[in-house]
Write a protein that binds this ligand. Structure first.
Ligand code: FAD
Length: 304
């Protein structure tokens, strides 16, 4: 039986594992893909104290750091259910195995909702981006589009307008869904164009980077092409929490509800990083949340 079992091997899970192991308690990590979203990232320039790194390098460093402690890493294993009773917590894996633990930290992260149009995957990290905080500065002085007129899309457009030469915001619906105050700010900016009732059709490029975006005007069915260098897709971040529905309280967006200590609605179960309601989805924030929940789990263990 583990003292702390961590589900997820991204920045949050790695930080939780190191903090737990350093308390000398029995620690395990179950991860579908150790490294998490970091593996899909190219340039990382906001991981404080490291001016520049890339995803595979940081993922490797995370794994080495965790492996330097006495931690059971169960990689390529997916958790499929969680059960709790007075005897502790059981984690069921997709392969049928059941692991037992006194406490659990969930750090299963999230995934960006994709447009699912031709060119999107091909030009991912070559102009197609999902995180304005991460990749905005790479498009300084260039032309970009933001796909999605909800709060995150409009926030991204406002943020990017201060960095890039021009932003085109594309919304599928006939109206933006963002808060009125954000829309007011957006429409006050001189270098932003808003296009509504537009369906993104294709990402175009020269083979190595994005050159344009094709969309259909849904009112006339006419096709249009916008020349640009970058496309920020802001149509939703989906937390990897489907397997917890009905077991742990989730927000309407599917994020695991946590208190300031990372505690969930189930005693002894904590959550950290992109899968939780903790705001701002970033590597350094996920690591901080992971460290914090390991300390919270330790606190829980010494009191029970
Ligand atoms: P993740 O990194 O998502 O890790 C989740 C872990 O859980 C993975 O190991 C996954 O395999 C595992 N998992 C999921 N479901 C299960 C399950 N059921 N059972 C077992 N394991 C499971 N942030 C920055 O700070 N700077 C950047 O430059 C930056 N660039 C980015 C670029 C891209 C393309 C993307 C996609 C993200 C970027 N981010 C960046 C965001 C950053 O990667 C995330 O905020 C961070 O990785 C979140 O860490 P996490 O540990 O919470 O989750």
């Amino acid at each position: 039986k583990y003292d702390v079992l961590i589900v997820g091997g991204g920045p949050a899970g790695a930080a939780a594992a190191i903090y737990a192991a350093r308390k000398g308690i029995r620690t395990g990590v179950v991860a579908e893909r150790f490294g998490g979203q970091v593996l899909d990232t190219m340039a990382i320039e906001n991981f404080i104290s490291v001016q520049e790194t890339d995803g595979p390098k940081l993922a490797m460093a995370l794994e080495q750091h965790v492996k330097s402690y006495d931690v059971d890493i169960m990689n390529l294993q997916r958790a499929s259910a969680l059960r709790h009773s007075d005897n502790g917590i059981e984690l069921e894996l997709a392969n049928g195995a059941v692991l037992k633990s006194k406490s659990v930290i969930i750090s299963t992260g999230a995934r960006w909702r994709e447009m699912n149009v031709p060119g999107e995957t091909e030009y991912r990290n070559k102009g197609v981006a999902y995180c304005p905080h991460c990749d905005g500065p790479l498009f300084k002085g260039k032309r970009v589009a933001v796909i999605g007129g909800g709060n995150s899309g409009v926030e991204a457009a406002i943020d990017l307008a201060g960095l890039v030469s021009h932003v085109t915001l594309i919304e599928f619906d006939s109206a933006l869904r963002a808060d009125a105050i954000l829309q007011k700010k957006l429409f006050s900016l001189p270098n932003v164009t808003v296009i509504k009732s537009a369906l993104t059709k294709e990402v175009l490029g020269d083979g190595s980077k994005v050159s344009a975006l094709k969309y259909e005007d849904r009112t006339t069915n006419e096709m249009h092409t916008i020349e640009l260098e970058g496309i920020f897709v802001q149509i939703g971040l989906l937390p990897n929490t489907e397997w917890l529905k009905g077991t742990i309280d989730l927000s309407p967006r599917g994020e695991i509800m946590v208190d300031p200590k990372g505690e969930t609605s189930v005693p002894g179960v904590f959550a950290a990083g992109d899968c939780s309601t903790a705001p701002y989805k970033q590597i350094i924030i996920a690591m901080g949340e992971g460290a914090k929940t390991a300390l919270s789990a330790f606190d829980f263990l010494i009191r029970s």
